[in-house]
Ligand binder design. Structure first.
Ligand code: RBF
Ligand code: MG
Length: 177
């Protein structure tokens, strides 16, 4: 059983910031079917314990030409800087954020990644993201199967969506417009 999400927002939230989107390991979409935008760990995010958080995000396209970059596994990734985002895709959406070492994958580096709860038509590497982190969901866990990890992430999404509907949390949607 899961601990419920707090009904009231409290310190250190909200954490509101704008960030770049960087290269991840390329596992989110291809392996889990849950794409994540990887972001550098700011000093505010670094103060949070590793774990799963939730809030709102908004993508901001950057006017910059296409670039091709090499991921850590050698794969080439095209950075379109969000040029293909539609008007609707730059709205504020609910998000879940994972901060830490992904124990299921044994990362040695602390990472932060955001899964925006919306189905996007295209990738948006090189765009910017603005987010309001509003609360904590659970610690990072290890799993015996990939399916168990996916199932837990889907539960995170459900819990985040429910919490974000409440007026306590929903009011922060407007603070990142
Ligand atoms: N990775 C883990 O090893 N353990 C977790 O408990 C875990 N929870 C996650 C929860 C959410 C909402 C998201 C978006 C990711 C989570 N991940 C977790 C990270 C996942 O392994 C990662 O997104 C992929 O490996 C792609 O980098
Ligand atoms: Mg990712």
């Amino acid at each position: 059983m899961r601990d419920p999400i707090k009904t009231k927002i409290s310190e250190p939230y909200p954490i509101i910031e704008e960030s770049e989107i960087i290269n991840g390991f390329g596992r989110g979409s291809s392996e889990l079917g849950i794409p994540t935008a990887n972001i550098p760990i700011s000093s505010n995010l670094n103060k949070l314990d590793p774990g799963i958080y939730f809030g709102f995000s908004k993508l901001i396209p950057v006017s910059k030409d296409l670039e091709t970059k090499k991921r850590s596994d050698g794969h080439l990734v095209e950075f379109n800087h969000g040029a293909n985002l539609s008007g609707e895709e730059t709205c504020v959406f609910p998000m879940v954020m994972s901060i830490g070492y992904n124990p299921f994958y044994n990362n040695t580096e602390k990472t932060a990644e955001v899964h925006i709860i919306h189905k996007f038509q295209d990738n948006f590497y090189g765009a910017k993201i603005k987010h309001a982190v509003l609360g904590y969901i659970r610690p990072e866990l290890n799993y015996t199967t990939k399916e168990a990890l996916i199932e837990d992430i889907n539960l995170d999404i459900e819990m985040a969506l429910r919490a974000l509907e409440s007026s306590e949390y929903n009011q922060y949607k407007h603070k990142i417009l």
